[in-house]
Design a binder for this molecule. Structure first.
Ligand code: MRU
Length: 368
């Protein structure tokens, strides 16, 4: 995708061949800064502080983090230590566990001197695969948008609601929930996106609005609470969101507030789709509400908010009275029964155990 006309991915190897560059997402949309990551501690910090975020991108960063660890010290001990450090960064998305497991399977049998190059190459492959998975989701999701457009008066906009940022900034490129939108827009379909602001960190207002704007996709930012009202009034044709972890039975864990959107969509007969690349599916669990660890983030994300001041500087201000407690669960679980379908790289499937097992038989036998 492009920023001010220049093609970017969210993560790429540095010219020195030993470091990794990322776009610092804590600075968007008001500042564009590239940060270089040189070691596993930097990779872990970038994930924890959300300079990189979004389940697929966290997975890719973790893979590169292990490669950086292998450059410093390719021993078994360090492989274990680095894996534990990266796994502990954020608990909810399954992607870094998936990436760490894939890297460990590759690296463990190799002699230590061969590990850095193998790890760096494999991390690059995981990044390239992520682009391909997202693009395939785009192709499958496009047919859903196409079908809705065909039922509307000729040329009328298809209105899509999305929550958080499951866009290209959350992946390496394309995004998951946004890939069908970009495909539809590029194919000349009239698509318009309602972007949930996504309190408390405002990934919708800051990141999704930014990337849709950069690509020229018409969009409107709404307060999180507006979605139900718009659905009741026929203003939303479909919802597409991403996922941090989807269970083998189709329960979907995603950014806090997703569940409320699914309830409103269900009540109003609005199709609710989840863009789910296979590394975001956890085939080892069935019950999302009981088995997925929900990250509790700092209360300061609720009590304070940042934005661009009239002086052109980014400032953080307090919203709440000093004495008020605040709680900040970062994700929630939408039960499979509220999900119209999963848009995977292998097609649009039902959010249930049988459909997931049929689409990904090799993952069922691996149980992971
Ligand atoms: O806390 P974040 O910003 O990492 O949360 C991101 C989301 O919840 C996304 O919807 C999800 O990771 C899917 S990204 C393609």
């Amino acid at each position: 995708m492009r920023i001010d006309g220049e093609a970017f991915t969210t993560i790429w190897p540095g010219a020195d061949g030993t470091s990794i560059n990322i776009i610092d997402q804590t600075r968007l949309p008001h500042r564009f800064e590239i940060v270089s990551i040189a070691d596993v501690a930097g990779a872990a910090r970038a994930i924890k502080d959300m300079q990189v975020r979004g389940a697929p991108l966290i997975g890719v960063m973790a893979a590169y983090g292990l490669a950086l660890a292998m450059r410093a010290d390719p021993s078994d001990d360090n492989l274990r230590r680095a894996s534990a450090t990266l796994a502990a960064t954020r608990p909810t998305a399954v992607n870094q566990q998936w990436a760490i497991a894939a890297m460990t399977r590759l690296l463990t049998p190799l002699p230590p001197p061969a590990r850095f190059k193998a790890a760096f190459d494999r991390a690059g492959e995981i990044a390239r695969d992520d682009v391909a998975l997202c693009e395939a989701i785009g192709v499958h999701g496009l047919s859903l948008i196409d079908a809705i457009a065909a039922r509307k008066p000729s040329g009328a906009a298809v209105n899509i609601l999305t929550h958080c940022n499951a866009g290209w900034l959350a992946t390496v490129d394309w995004g998951t929930a946004t890939a069908p939108i970009y495909k539809a827009h590029d194919a000349g379909l009239n698509v318009h996106v309602f972007v949930d602001e996504t309190r408390p960190r405002n990934q919708g207002a800051a990141l999704t609005a930014f990337e849709l704007g950069q690509h020229g996709v018409p969009h409107t930012v709404i307060a999180d609470n507006a979605g139900g009202h718009l659905m009741q009034h026929g203003e939303i044709d479909l919802v597409i969101v991403g996922t941090d972890r989807t269970t083998a039975s189709g329960d979907v864990c995603n950014k806090i507030g997703t569940y409320l959107k699914a309830l409103a969509a269900f009540d109003n007969g609005v199709p609710f789709y989840v863009a789910a690349p296979s590394p975001s599916i956890d085939f080892s669990i069935l019950d999302g509400r009981r088995e997925i660890p929900i990250e509790i983030r700092s209360a300061a994300e609720v009590t304070h908010i940042s934005g661009l001041g009239a002086d052109g500087e980014v400032a953080t201000v307090r919203l709440t009275p000093k004495g008020s407690a605040a709680l900040n669960p970062a994700f929630d679980v939408t039960p499979a029964r509220l999900v119209t379908g999963l848009i995977t790289e292998r097609g649009v499937i039902a959010a249930d155990r049988a459909a997931l097992a049929k689409a990904f038989p090799e993952r069922i036998s691996l149980r992971g």
